[in-house]
Design a protein around this ligand. Structure first.
Ligand SMILES: *[C@@H]1O[C@H](CO)[C@@H](O)[C@H](O)[C@H]1NC(C)=O
Ligand SMILES: *[C@@H]1O[C@H](CO)[C@@H](O)[C@H](O)[C@H]1NC(C)=O
Length: 485
């Protein structure tokens, strides 16, 4: 920032020094991002998924509908392709498909801006997030809850009275990811935490005015089998049931399940706003069966519950880190609950990205579909025979195979030998809807009863090859980039 800019702003006289410092730091960051974008290597950059403009992205935050647009924030470190002091990146969309990059919403101060949520409070966009502070000369940290506000959905100001009085009853240092919503005259917030003996837990608080909060209940806690810490909780109603969504850390892999470093899943149950008690009815189930799916945000508009997740996983490799960016969000999904299972479907408006129909008809053994970086493949299948589709770059790279195994009754996503699989009992349609982007694959089986989300890294154009003997009925489209202006 040029000294002349300081002087001009000082002469204007209307801004105080701390405000001035904030304005300048904010401008400096946006200039840094603008100047760094041209050095990003686009080879793996996703075309129709949210990615950071530069730097590192992890979990989604603050998914909310505000003044006619959807807003989504994310854990962001602009200055490196590795995790660093957390900012909140920001995007908005009119339709959940086209996403525009907005200025960074939160920058760390004495605190890092860890995950949280957002709500529209009578025209004010309120962010509630975890302020993560290291405690000097110790391995310990402090997690308290901070608020920030915006009246235009662009410019955010931290509340001067932080922290908000939401404190853990047990005094644990792990107390984060507030998810806020309104019901009747009250605001509610759930936070992820753990018990004193290291079992994951979700705590519920209530407030009339957003500033003064009352602890209501331990909504649920791990019996020991569900990990030592629960992150990113959410609680919402769908088809008369309540879904407690959690991202547990420390679950032990069992058979085909819980294969990733950490999990994201849900417990179906009932909840009473009178007693603030949640009664679990169906055991924890994973939401997505792929390699890269951790921590979520949901929001509801027009009676529809939308979900987005970090399209990533702690401890996985990110070949794009030498390209100047890392991390992505999954496609936005619409949720439904049928029986005991949450169904996830890609948001309906995603069809607007379809460009060219490259195949509609029989897809024979060893035939190939090829397209550049982004496509959608819909496969109608006959489950009485094995199926094998191979996804690979025309210049090599990751080889991914999607299979149906008649003997096991399982759908298998095999990313270069790392297998994720699940039993599939189709509810209705016997189709796979597969979305591939420059370095990702998402497979939606049937009505969304089984979904796989994985980052995969082909080199060059995408090639899809039918390696099975069954001729498949396929419709394949190329997809265009989402509009980000
Ligand atoms: C944690 O941080 C909050 C907000 O800055 C502060 O009020 C509280 O005293 C801190 N607790 C500890 C143990 O440092
Ligand atoms: C299909 O391709 C594979 C791999 O190139 C080859 O081994 C196989 O023989 C081919 N199948 C037929 C029927 O030609």
């Amino acid at each position: 920032m040029h000294i002349s800019t300081y002087i001009i702003l000082m002469c204007l006289g209307s801004v105080q020094l701390d405000q001035l410092k904030e304005i300048l730091e904010k401008a400096e960051l946006e200039i840094y991002i603008e100047e760094t974008i041209p050095s990003v290597n686009p080879r793996y950059k996703l075309h129709y998924h949210i990615t950071p403009p530069v730097g590192w992205m992890n979990g989604p935050n603050g998914f909310a509908f505000y003044k006619g647009e959807y807003h989504l924030f994310y854990q962001f470190y602009p200055y490196d392709t590795q995790w660093g002091p957390m900012h909140w990146g920001h995007v908005s969309s009119p339709n959940l498909v086209d996403w525009k990059t907005l200025p960074t919403a939160l920058r760390p101060g004495n605190e890092q801006c860890f995950s949280g949520s957002a709500i529209d409070n009578d025209g004010i966009l309120v962010l509630l997030y975890t302020a993560h502070q290291s405690i000097e000369d110790s391995p310990f940290y402090n997690e308290s809850q901070f608020m920030a506000f915006s009246i235009d959905g662009l410019d955010f100001h931290k509340y001067k009275g932080n922290p908000v009085n939401i404190f853990p009853p047990t005094g644990t240092q792990d107390f984060r990811d507030p998810k806020i919503w309104k019901n009747g005259n009250y605001w509610y917030v759930v936070l992820g935490s753990k018990t004193a003996d290291h079992r994951g837990a979700v705590l519920l608080y209530r407030s009339k005015n957003l500033l003064s909060w009352e602890f209501k209940s331990v909504l649920a806690e791990s019996n020991g089998g569900l990990g030592y810490m629960w992150e990113s909780p959410d609680l919402f109603e769908i088809n008369g049931k309540f879904i407690l969504l959690i991202s547990p850390q420390g679950m032990v892999s069992r058979g085909d399940r819980f294969k990733n470093t950490y999990q994201t899943g849900y417990i179906v149950g009932s909840f009473s706003y009178e007693t603030c008690q949640f009664k679990p009815e169906i055991n924890f189930q994973e939401l997505d069966y792929g390699h890269d799916f951790y921590t979520t945000q949901t929001t509801e508009t027009n009676g529809k519950r939308y979900l987005v997740a970090w399209f990533g996983m702690w401890e996985s490799l990110h070949p794009e880190d030498i390209d100047g960016w890392v991390g992505a969000m999954t496609l936005i999904r619409e949720l439904d609950l049928v029986g005991s299972r949450i169904l996830m479907k890609p948001v309906e408006a995603i069809t607007k990205l379809r460009q060219e129909t490259i195949l509609e008809g029989e897809f024979h053994h060893n035939s190939t579909i090829e397209f550049e970086k982004a496509g959608e493949v819909i496969v109608n299948i006959d489950l009485s025979e094995n199926i094998e589709l191979e996804f690979v770059g025309n210049n090599g790279g990751d080889r991914t195979s999607l299979r149906w195994s008649v003997d096991d009754g399982k759908v298998v996503l095999d990313r270069a030998g790392e297998v994720r699989q699940g039993i599939w009992e189709p509810l209705d349609t016997i189709t796979w809807r597969i979305f591939v982007d420059a370095s990702s694959i998402e497979v939606f089986c049937g009505e969304g009863e089984l979904v796989f989300s994985s980052r995969v890294y082909p080199n060059g154009n995408w090639r899809v090859i039918n390696r099975g003997t069954q001729a498949l009925h396929v419709v394949a489209y190329t997809l265009k980039r989402f509009q980000n202006e």
